[in-house]
Every structure is written in structure tokens, then in C-alpha cells.
Ligand binder design. Structure first.
Ligand code: FAD
Length: 301
């Protein structure tokens, strides 16, 4: 059966958008078109990812600088500590700070051998993400977001170990957690209950992944320990040759997920845009979240 278009007006939710640094001039054009298209939806903030081992330091910095200079958007930079000494990380932080960054998404990062290889702290580096959060606290009065894993991180032996890492990051000074994407809201709700029972009270912001391509998503999800429930296959069934139908289904799924979480009391959502605007916009429109005329002038930002 074909899904109904959701009529799930939830215009009061707050949103943030995640981007990644472009790798080519074409990708750069695409990113800036995306930023322009999404800016009128007035996100609380946008964030730019940062490659593990400093692999995207320059492109991330350039992207963040341009967002700060050319848009009124509150801009956060992701930061990883894997494969770097404390001094190297500190130098990066100072560079971003000088560019106007006041909000970091502090991450350990994947081991440089890629996902699946074993993580070992760099000698002289931050031990883990919690240690990085403490280091950031020492360097400035930053807003610090961290990661959270409703289906636990693939390296975590069990849920308790995973939750303990989040607790350590919060105790070190993190003020918000952004989650790995997930598609089963019951899993998130149970996770949130455990988080609250552990005495963690910071906002746990669901990461929402509008599905650009189900096959690619499944491959990626299996590497990050996120499950892809069978209802996703059912929803996309019959859309193989029809990009428009696929996009409509993807927007329906993301909008329904946000609307359902909103009914469960969640107010903030972090959207993985993949540097593309149409699917995010279609999702927001289904929720009744309208583009607003941007009254803030660039000069005032
Ligand atoms: P942590 O929070 O330190 O650890 C994650 C989990 O792994 C913990 O729950 C802990 O239990 C377990 N763990 C950690 N170390 C060990 C150990 N030694 N033994 C056993 N278990 C252990 N990656 C990037 O490279 N750049 C980005 O910009 C980026 N942005 C992200 C944004 C979000 C919202 C999320 C959810 C992830 C992002 N990642 C990014 C991915 C992230 O770097 C990887 O998941 C990485 O493997 C873990 O980093 P972390 O900060 O989440 O680690």
C-alpha cells in the first residue's frame, strides 16, 4: 500500500543543519546553493563536519569562515582529536576561534585506518572525546556539542559502556548531544529514558537522515551500527525507476519521524542535509515549517 502524505503540522520544532566541506569546485557550488536555499528556514545553528586526523582542516575552516562572513547563520565546527597531539588540536581550535567559531561539535573521530580498525589515542593527544571536551573548556567559553548513539557505537561492548562515555562527556562540559541517525523512534525513546536515568539532563537532539539513496544508506548504516528497519524497504518498494516518487517517500519518512518524536516531547532536530536542499525542504514543508524572509542583513551578522 502506498503511504499517505502525512498531515503532521509541527511548525514549532527547532532545527539545525549539518554540512560537510566540499571536495571540488562543483561540490562547493552545490553547498552554497544549498546554504542559500536552507537559510530562510532559520535553523538554530548549522554545523560543518571535520575529517578525522585533521584531513579536512582547511576546507572545514574555509567553509566555516564563509558561513560566518556571508550568512547570518550561527555556525558550529566539528572537531576531531584522533591522530593529533594536544598542541595540534589546540592550534586548530585557536584558528577556528579567530575565525569567529563559538560552538564546537567535539568528537573523537574514527581511527585513521578507517571504520573497523582499532582506535588508539595519539601519544600526547587527547585520550577520547571526553578529554577533548575538557581541553575545549580550558581554551574558551564555547558551546560544546557531542555525539550520542541511540543504538550504541559499534566499538561499545554494551549499552552501559556507551552511556558511560556520554556521561563522561557531559561531566567534562558538553551542553548538547547530537545523535547518530536512527529510524525507529521507540529505540530513541528507550535510549532517552536510560540517558535520563543516568542523571544526564542536557538536550539529546535526534539526528535525522532524509534518505537520498536507500542502498547507500544501508551500507553506511551497517558500518556505524545504525539499524535500517524493514519498513524502509516497504515504503520505497515500487519507486525504483522514479526519482520523484523516491524523494516523496523519503520526505514522508523523515517528516513522519520528526512529527512522531515531536508528539513524544522532542523539540530539537539535527538534519543531515548531505549538502542538498530539496529533500530537507520537502521534509520541513510537510511539517508546516515555512521559509521565512531573512530580515537579518549580512552586514549585521
Ligand atoms: P566517543 O564518544 O568518545 O566514543 C563513542 C563510543 O565508543 C562510546 O560510547 C564508547 O563507549 C565507545 N568507545 C570509545 N573508545 C572506546 C574504546 N577504546 N574501547 C571501547 N569502546 C570505546 N566523525 C568525523 O570524523 N568527523 C565529524 O565531523 C563527525 N561528526 C559526527 C557528528 C555526529 C552527530 C556523530 C554522531 C558522529 C560524528 N562523527 C564524525 C563520527 C565519530 O567520529 C565516530 O563515530 C567515532 O568513531 C567516535 O567518535 P565519538 O566522539 O562519537 O567518540
Amino acid at each position: 500500500t502506498k503511504p499517505e502524505r502525512p498531515i503532521a503540522k509541527t511548525p514549532d520544532v527547532r532545527i539545525s543543519f549539518e554540512f560537510f566541506p566540499p571536495k571540488s569546485p562543483d561540490m562547493e557550488d552545490q553547498l552554497w546553493q544549498t546554504v542559500q536555499a536552507l537559510q530562510p528556514y532559520q535553523p538554530d545553528f548549522v554545523s560543518v563536519t571535520y575529517g578525522a586526523g585533521g584531513t579536512t582542516r582547511e576546507p572545514t575552516l574555509a567553509t566555516v569562515k564563509r558561513l560566518i562572513a556571508d550568512t547570518p547563520l550561527a555556525t558550529a565546527s566539528h572537531l576531531t582529536c584522533v591522530g593529533a597531539t594536544r598542541d595540534e588540536v589546540r592550534a586548530v581550535v585557536e584558528e577556528f576561534q579567530a575565525a569567529g567559531v563559538r560552538h564546537f561539535v567535539a568528537l573523537r573521530g574514527d581511527p585513521q585506518g578507517g571504520m573497523g580498525s582499532r582506535y588508539a589515542p595519539h601519544p600526547g593527544g587527547f585520550v577520547n572525546a571526553a578529554d577533548l571536551v575538557s581541553g575545549l573548556r580550558d581554551l574558551g567559553d564555547f558551546e560544546i556539542s557531542v555525539s550520542a548513539y541511540p543504538e550504541r557505537h559499534p566499538e561499545s561492548e554494551n549499552d552501559d559502556v556507551d552511556l558511560d562515555m556520554l556521561k563522561q562527556k557531559v561531566d567534562a562540559g558538553a551542553t548538547r548531544a547530537l545523535t547518530q541517525f536512527f529510524f525507529d523512534n521507540d529505540i530513541f525513546e528507550r535510549y532517552l529514558e536510560r540517558v535520563r536515568a543516568a542523571g544526564i539532563s542536557i538536550p539529546i537532539v535526534p539526528g535525522i537522515m532524509p534518505i537520498q539513496n536507500l542502498t547507500q544508506l544501508k551500507r553506511f548504516a551497517s558500518m556505524c551500527g545504525a539499524s535500517t528497519p524493514s519498513f524502509l524497504d516497504e515504503r520505497f518498494e515500487g519507486t525504483e525507476g522514479d526519482a520523484q516518487a523516491r524523494a516523496a517517500v523519503a520526505a514522508d519518512i523523515a517528516a513522519e519521524q520528526i512529527a512522531d518524536l515531536s508528539r513524544r516531547g522532542i523539540e530539537e532536530f539535527h538534519i543531515y542535509t548531505m549538502n542538498r536542499a530539496p529533500l530537507t525542504i520537502a521534509t520541513l514543508e510537510r511539517l508546516g515549517i515555512a521559509a521565512k524572509v531573512d530580515k537579518v542583513s549580512n552586514a549585521a551578522a
